[in-house]
Design a protein around this ligand. Structure first.
Ligand SMILES: [Zn+2]
Length: 378
C-alpha cells in the first residue's frame, strides 16, 4: 500500500532533475562537435531520420500521461500565467511548456518532436517503462524544478499530498502519531475495489477507498507504552491539494468482465472528507482525465472536454468523442451479451456510463485518475 515510488522528498526530485540537465548539456557538447557542418541535402535526410527515430522511441505511457495532465485546468492556468519562468527549467521542458501555452502544437510532427525531446530527457527513468504510475512520478519529479516567486515548486503546490496518520487504541486508548508522509498519488488495488463493488453495488467509490484503507491496521506499539492491539488508522491532511491523483494497481490478467466490474465502481465526483478526518463535508473533487492501458500495453487518455469525454489519439491533440459509446455489455455468469441500443442515454456528465462501457469493451484498464478540486475549477 505504501506509494514507495511516489515519495517526494525535498532533495530527491531536485537532484534528479539537475542531473538530467547536466547530462543533456554533456551530450550537446559531445559527439555533435566532431561532425562536419551539414549540407542542405543531409539536413533534410537528418530531419527525416530524426522523425523516424522519434517514432521508434515513442512511449505511449508518456504521451498519454502528459495529455491527461494537461487537461487539468489549474495546471493549464499556471502554465499560461507563468511563461516568463520557463527559462529556469530544463530545455526539453521549456519547449514543451512554451509549445503548449502558445498553442503551437497543431500538427502531429511538431508534437512528436517535442515529445521525443522530453523522452530523451527522461530516458533513464521511463524509456522502457509502460507503467503509467511510474511515468506520472517521473514527470512530476522532472517538473519539480519549476518554482514560483515564493520558491515553492509547482508540483508541491498542485499535486503533493502531505498525509498524517494517527492511531487511537480502542482497548487501552493509547494514541500514536506517525510521521508525515508526502506523495503525489494514493495507490489502490483494483481487485479490492472490484470485490467491494460486487458485494455492495450501491457503495460509492470514495467509500470503497475508505473501506480498503481501513483494512490496513497497525498494532498499538508496546515499545512506546501501548498494548499490542490491532487498530484502524485515521488519516489527516493539513491542506487539500488542487489535484487529487489515484493510481489503480492491476494484476494485468483481468478478464473483460472483471475490468467492466471494476470501472463501474469509479465515480465522477469524490468527497475527500470521507477519506480524511477533519475536512469540511463536501470537499468535492471531479474527475477530469484518466490514463488507461490496453492488452498490448498501449495507453490511452480519456479527457473531459466541453461537457463530453474524449479519447485523445496518439501524437495528436485531436480526439474521438466517447460520450455516445452506446453499447452496453451484460454478463450472465461467463456469458456476455452485447446490447447495441440507445439504452445508455442521458447526457449528464458527458454520459459517464458510456465511458465505463468503453473501458470494459476495449479491455482497457484505467490506471491513473486525475481529480480536480471543484473549488479550483470555478
Ligand atoms: Zn492499545
Amino acid at each position: 500500500m505504501e506509494p514507495e515510488n511516489a515519495l517526494a522528498s525535498e532533495n530527491g526530485p531536485l537532484e534528479s532533475s539537475s542531473k538530467t540537465q547536466n547530462q543533456e548539456e554533456a551530450t550537446k557538447d559531445g559527439p555533435a562537435e566532431m561532425l562536419d557542418m551539414p549540407k542542405e541535402d543531409s539536413l533534410s535526410a537528418h530531419s527525416e531520420s530524426a522523425i523516424g527515430g522519434a517514432a521508434a522511441r515513442y512511449n505511449s505511457a508518456l504521451d498519454m500521461t502528459l495529455k491527461a495532465l494537461l487537461n487539468i485546468k489549474v495546471l493549464k492556468e499556471d502554465l499560461k500565467n507563468n511563461t516568463q519562468r520557463f527559462q529556469q527549467v530544463p530545455s526539453a521542458l521549456q519547449h514543451f511548456f512554451n509549445a503548449f501555452v502558445s498553442e503551437s502544437i497543431k500538427t502531429e510532427g511538431v508534437y512528436s518532436c517535442i515529445l521525443s525531446d522530453l523522452l530523451s530527457s527522461l530516458e533513464e527513468v521511463i524509456s522502457k517503462s509502460s507503467d503509467a504510475a511510474k511515468v506520472v512520478v517521473a514527470i512530476l519529479e522532472f517538473w519539480f524544478c519549476w518554482k514560483n516567486p515564493e520558491g515553492e515548486s509547482l508540483v508541491t503546490r498542485l499535486f503533493t499530498l502531505a498525509e498524517n496518520e494517527r492511531m487511537s487504541c480502542r482497548k487501552c486508548r493509547w494514541i500514536t502519531n506517525y510521521p508525515e508522509k508526502s506523495s503525489y498519488t494514493i495507490v489502490m488495488p483494483a481487485d479490492s475495489i472490484r470485490q467491494l463493488k460486487c458485494a455492495f453495488e450501491s457503495m460509492k467509490f470514495v467509500d470503497i477507498l475508505k473501506v480498503i484503507r481501513m483494512e490496513y491496521q497497525k498494532s498499538c506499539d508496546i515499545k512506546t507504552g501501548g498494548c499490542g492491539e490491532s487498530n484502524f488508522v485515521h488519516h489527516f491532511i493539513s491542506r487539500c491539494p488542487p489535484v487529487f491523483t489515484i493510481v489503480l494497481e492491476w494484476e494485468k490478467s483481468e478478464t473483460e468482465k472483471e475490468i467492466s466490474e471494476t470501472t463501474k465502481a469509479l465515480d465522477l465526483e469524490l468527497d475527500i472528507s470521507r477519506l480524511y478526518v477533519g475536512l469540511e463535508p463536501n470537499t468535492n473533487y471531479r474527475l477530469v482525465s484518466m490514463v488507461g492501458c490496453g492488452e498490448e500495453e498501449e495507453h490511452i487518455c480519456l479527457a473531459y472536454e466541453n461537457n463530453r469525454w474524449v479519447n485523445l489519439g496518439r501524437e495528436s491533440l485531436a480526439g474521438e468523442d466517447v460520450s455516445h459509446w452506446k453499447s452496453a455489455v451484460i454478463f450472465f455468469g461467463d456469458f456476455k451479451v452485447n446490447l447495441r441500443e440507445e439504452s445508455l442515454s442521458g447526457e449528464d456528465d458527458g454520459n459517464w456510463k458510456s465511458v465505463v462501457s468503453f473501458f470494459g469493451e476495449r479491455k482497457i484498464r484505467p490506471e491513473i485518475l486525475f481529480y480536480e478540486a471543484v473549488g479550483s475549477m470555478a
